[in-house]
Design a binder for this molecule. Sequence first.
Ligand code: NAD
Length: 338
Amino acid sequence: MVCKIKVGVIGYGTIGKRVADAVMLQKDMELAGITGHSYNWRMDIAHKKGIKIFNAAEEGNPFAEVGIDVVDGIPELVKQSDIIVDCSPKKIGAENKEKYYLPAKRKAILQGGEKDKLVDTSFVAQCNYKDAVGKNYIRVVSCNTTGLARTLHAINQKYGVEEVYATMIRRGADPWDIRHGPINAIVPVLELPSHHGPDVATVLKGMKIFTTAVSISTTLMHMHNVIVDCKKTPTVEETIKLFENTTRVRMVDNSSKIRSTAEIMELAKDLGYARGDMPEICIWKEGIGVHENKLLYMQAIHQESDVVCENIDAIRAAMGFKDGKKSIEMTNRALGIK
Ligand code: NAD
């Protein structure tokens, strides 16, 4: 019998709970457990799913009084796992690496809230899987960077990219999140370029890309308006065909009345994706245009889910599975992605 990869998930929030579910759907992986930092509904649900919970509360055991059995501490989860996926809040992943993963010599996947310099490689499976094979520390880049990298990589491979200008129109907060977000404002990122452009270049090395960003009062998805100077500019029809044949990218259209991020979220539910997630980057057919050597397109990013499949491929790559295309196929099949 082939041994399954034992995966520990640290931080069971927006990304962590999805990664944990995705791990449980892979034939070659098993979930060693998750961490609980405080008692909340997510812990109840994890407990009902039979997931082993490791108490990571700063003090005591907040799970005892609600009758949830837990195992003690992050070090124990690290010990019981072959690899950790750290889905803790921004910058905590860096601390956890120093405190737990390095001393235990445990491989770990970090998320987009962490810095590129902490890891051996930043990662988007369909762009640079092979750079991550056998590596100890991999960073799955942010939801926005993942979306830009998926579509720009496809254009670069086929037509060549001279330079990219893109504007990120970002959701103010995740739908459940009552702590963040503009309520009645558009908030520009007053730093040029926004961090997204340099972040794309950590995956697509040498790509010339300049990004700006604003946050708006929505929770559903991000949107990107992208302008690409191409070496050989494709027609609109060729671009549609290219994106139709790109994995983890979905064409949507005005003609079928998908005119907004709200309708994409409804489509995701109708497609039967778990939690109503949309792991594919959605590009509007009618939003593609060509002007001289410039290709323009508009894409929507479901921030809560596009990186989940990337984490699964990053686990395989770190554990030495060499065939990136096969890993993407296995992940897609398990998660029902085209
Ligand atoms: P979140 O706040 O939803 O969840 C974080 C979880 O970590 C919570 O369950 C929290 O209890 C737990 N936690 C708190 N302190 C901890 C500690 N000291 N050690 C370990 N865990 C701790 O956060 P999130 O949105 O899931 O983000 C996690 C990472 O994923 C960040 O790096 C973020 O930048 C990245 N990311 C987030 C999104 C998004 O839209 N939410 C998208 C892509 C990437």
